[in-house]
Design a protein around this ligand. Structure first.
Ligand code: HEM
Length: 513
């Protein structure tokens, strides 16, 4: 027998032994790997669920099941303010840590979780401020978008939102009045049309078509998928960056391209001076038009692709979050009839008419409190806003976290802390109208629905403009009631919290007995 044959035979024999013992080898390997991840890390002193400390699988399962909001709260109740929720993942619940992790001077940066929310064009990563880890580019984007998103710019976009509200009311008899309807869908359609109208002038006419292409469902599926894969970011290279795989598994058409096409068409109209369809009257504007004029005056400040991401990125970041807020607002108002009546009294006693202007709607204190309370009790973001610990590591609450650790705070955890919000499960808008200045400072410090610091939501004023106008106008024209008052909604919580099962009827106010 030649030596090469005997070497081959020994090799096959070794493989046979390995094969027949795989049942022992794989679990042993996984156990060693788990114990290594669990105990070799500098995070080993941090309390947390045993399995999660050595493996990312428990966190993945929680996100897959869509129960991030309650799982995070449970872990803090059990283990305290600092919890190890993954091999290199730490959740914090202390309001004092907000400015350290997120503040304007922070050195923490967006964690790899956000890779799965990134998009790419021929120049590479599209500089969406929401995903940018690179500080200089992020500052440039915030600066170039500042004026277009600013509070003072919003009145110039209002006319287009007014047109959406008027169309909603004109369609209501045929679609919603005196018949059951899915308020989740109504909210999505009216918000998405409003946001498109404010940004581009033209909108998708989802109110009329009832989103017949199910774009919102596709975005929901994409967001859910992106959250789950965000926990294992290396997978991004094989899935979302690969358009073929992305189209087959996630989207049935390219919804991002549709957003870009709408931006480009509106931009072409602006550049040709043909904006009659986008800008209803002299003195009014759209966000895209404002950005285009800025670019004209300061070409170095804003490239075309940056203008695109400010606009269609705003649609993506703003429509699901704002419609989630609108759903919560009406759900909690209807579940708590005394709050509903109090709000109706304020709005109907104001003397305002439909469509209510932003200036008028934002002068109503109880309406402001209702919106803030709904964002508190059901934050549209359902899990911690993850960040990476900077070079050199940090110490939080006495625990050392090495560079690269993923760390964050969940709005759900802060917003349901009974020490800050007494009786946190109660929908109680009046808590925001308290005369107790210290309590108000404490609550505001823990209010985290829009994040905090350098990445704080740039669209929060835009969201407030849409919500205040839409709610005030809806309640001037209609009453709402549950089809079945005993029915509860159901929702999933991953990065976003999507609610379903809010079945309501609209009634004309005068037709109510
Ligand atoms: C109730 C509605 C909204 C909620 C609850 C919300 C929530 C948030 C949160 C929590 C963040 C911070 C994410 C992080 O720190 O990792 C954020 C960022 C952002 N939001 Fe909103 N948002 C809302 C509406 C909007 C609207 C209407 C727009 C645009 C028109 C918008 C555009 C953005 C953008 C561009 C960012 C990234 C900012 C940056 O990283 O510099 N959002 N939002």
């Amino acid at each position: 027998m030649s030596s090469s044959t005997s070497t081959l035979e020994s090799l096959f024999q070794a493989l046979r032994v390995v094969g027949s013992n795989l049942i022992f080898i794989i679990p042993s390997f996984l156990t060693v790997y788990f114990l290594y991840a669990r105990y070799s890390s500098p995070l080993r002193r941090i309390p947390g669920p045993f399995l999660a400390s050595g493996s990312i699988i428990p966190r993945l399962l929680v996100l897959k099941q869509g129960r991030a909001h309650s799982w995070d709260q449970d872990q803090h109740k059990k283990f305290g303010p600092i919890v190890r929720i993954g091999p290199a993942h730490v959740a914090v619940s202390k309001p004092e840590a907000i400015s350290q992790i997120y503040g304007v001077k922070t050195k923490f940066y967006k964690s790899q979780f956000f890779l799965t929310f990134s998009t790419y064009d021929e120049e590479g990563l599209v500089p969406d401020p929401f995903v940018l880890r690179e500080r200089e580019m992020h500052t440039r984007m915030r600066r170039s978008g500042a004026n277009a998103f600013a509070l003072k710019s919003l009145p110039s976009y209002e006319k287009n939102v007014d047109k959406v509200i008027q169309r909603f009311i004109a369609n209501a008899d045929q679609k919603y009045v005196d018949r059951p309807c899915d308020f989740g869908r109504v909210a999505q359609n009216v918000i998405a049309d409003s946001i498109f109208a404010a940004i581009f002038g033209n909108d998708q006419r989802l109110i009329e078509t009832d989103d017949s292409n199910n774009v919102s469902l596709k975005i929901e599926r994409y967001m859910n998928w992106a959250t789950i894969t965000g926990v294992i970011p290396w997978i991004h290279r094989y899935f979302l960056q690969n358009m073929f795989v992305f189209m087959c598994f996630i989207a049935t058409d390219n919804m991002f391209q549709a957003g870009i096409d709408i931006s480009l068409a509106a931009l072409a109209r602006i550049r040709s001076g043909n904006v009659a369809a986008d800008v209803p009257e002299e003195g009014y504007d759209t966000m895209l038009r404002k950005l285009a004029f800025l670019q004209h005056d300061k070409p170095d400040l804003l490239k075309d692709r940056e203008m695109m991401i400010h606009t269609y990125g705003g649609v993506i970041a703003g429509s699901d979050t704002s419609s989630t807020a609108l759903r919560s607002i009406f759900y909690f108002l209807l579940k708590n009839p005394e709050t509903y009546s109090k709000l109706c009294d304020e709005i109907r006693g104001s003397g305002f008419t439909v469509p209510v202007s932003f200036a008028d709607a934002s002068s109503l204190p109880y309406l402001g409190a209702v919106i803030r309370e709904a964002l508190r009790i059901h934050s549209p973001v359902g899990m911690m806003l993850p960040r990476s610990v900077p070079a050199g590591g940090v110490t939080i609450d006495g625990y050392y976290l090495p560079a690269g650790t993923e760390v964050g705070i969940s709005p759900w955890v802060l917003h349901h802390d009974p020490n800050v919000f007494p009786n946190p499960e109660r929908f109680y808008p009046d808590r925001w109208l308290t005369k107790d200045a210290e309590a108000l400072v404490r609550m505001n410090r823990s209010f985290f629905a829009f994040g905090h610091g350098i990445h704080t939501c740039i669209g929060q004023h835009m969201s407030s403009m849409m919500l205040t106008k839409i709610i005030a106008s809806m309640l001037l024209a209609f009453d709402l009631e549950f089809v079945n008052p005993n029915e509860n909604w159901h929702f999933t919580s991953r990065f976003f919290t999507y609610q379903h099962g809010i079945n309501v009827r609209f009634r004309h106010i005068k037709s109510k007995a």
